[in-house]
Write a protein that binds this ligand. Structure first.
Ligand SMILES: NC(=O)c1ccc[n+]([C@@H]2O[C@H](COP(=O)([O-])OP(=O)(O)OC[C@H]3O[C@@H](n4cnc5c(N)ncnc54)[C@H](O)[C@@H]3O)[C@@H](O)[C@H]2O)c1
Length: 250
């Protein structure tokens, strides 16, 4: 029996990268997974991969930055899979620029997708979790939200905002047995391609990772599985860094 047997899980930003790996692992652990993404075709393809491997998944098109789209997607998942037990707020974008060059659009887009999107999804799923007296909220944050970063003040603020959201949810929802935690990952995905491949960033970044390499998204998925499992029954409001030891070095 899998660690997530029968649980209904929503993973946002699940068409590629970490979200895709988490969706696969959740399904392998027995969860029924909603693969949610703005890229409908790719989300459906991931759901099809899971189904072909013997799991249960549906692809759901949703721009997490639009409340009406989130409400419609949450209703679709509840109708097709049942009450949502696990929400992984993982969808994300980057719009890098030094702060003196950053446009309002770059600032607002990043804040909207990470912060508003996670807020909309929480509001969509928490009422049923409160009633069920169980639920797991998981946030994809970043070392940038903990220690700041250069050239992405919008992203650092968004990821720091998610930590405040995660901890506030942990406090506010603990009486309903809703568990809220976060992962701060570092993985080889399309999002990190520039820092992994551009010579200006590559060696300086890699030098800060004690394990000396980037993770595959599949190596990150275990932390998300743990945080959606009964093993968190006495753990809430925490951040797990899965980053090759990078944050420890700062
Ligand atoms: N990869 C890393 O090293 C790393 C490090 C720290 C934090 N993170 C965080 O982990 C999460 C996943 O990162 P990743 O590296 O897999 O990214 P990725 O770019 O590979 O995947 C992000 C996914 O989010 C989707 N998405 C973008 N905007 C959306 C929207 N408005 N609505 C719905 N879906 C949308 C994209 O289509 C894509 O499938 C992100 O929140 C990211 O900030 C990643």
């Amino acid at each position: 029996m899998g660690k997530l047997e029968g649980r209904v899980a929503v993973v946002t930003g699940a068409a590629q990268g970490i979200g895709r790996a988490v969706s696969h692992r959740y399904a392998a652990e027995g969860a029924n997974v909603a693969v949610v993404d703005i890229n409908e075709e790719a989300a459906t393809a991931v759901a099809d991969e899971i189904t072909a491997a013997g799991g249960t998944a549906i692809g759901v098109a949703c721009d997490v930055g639009q409340r009406s789209a989130v409400d419609a997607a949450a209703a679709q998942v509840a109708a097709e899979l049942g009450t949502i037990d696990v929400l992984v707020n993982n969808a994300g974008i980057t719009r890098p620029a030094m702060l003196w060059k950053m446009t309002d659009e770059q600032w607002n887009d990043v804040l909207n997708i990470h912060v508003n999107g996670s807020f909309y999804w929480m509001q969509a799923v928490v009422p049923a979790m409160r009633e069920a007296k169980r639920g797991w909220l998981i946030f994809s944050t970043s070392s940038a939200g903990i220690q700041g970063t250069i050239g992405q003040i919008n992203y650092a603020v968004a990821k720091s905002g998610l930590l405040a959201m995660m901890r506030s949810a942990a406090r506010e929802l603990a009486p309903y047995n809703i568990i809220s935690n976060a992962v701060a990952p570092a993985a080889a995905t399309p999002m990190t391609e520039t820092i992994r491949t551009d010579e200006r960033f590559k060696s300086t970044y890699l030098d800060t990772i004690p394990l000396g390499r980037w993770a595959e998204p599949e190596e990150i998925a275990g932390a998300y599985t743990f945080l959606a499992s009964d093993d968190t029954s006495y753990m809430t409001g925490q951040v797990l860094s899965v980053d090759g030891g990078r944050l420890m070095m700062r």
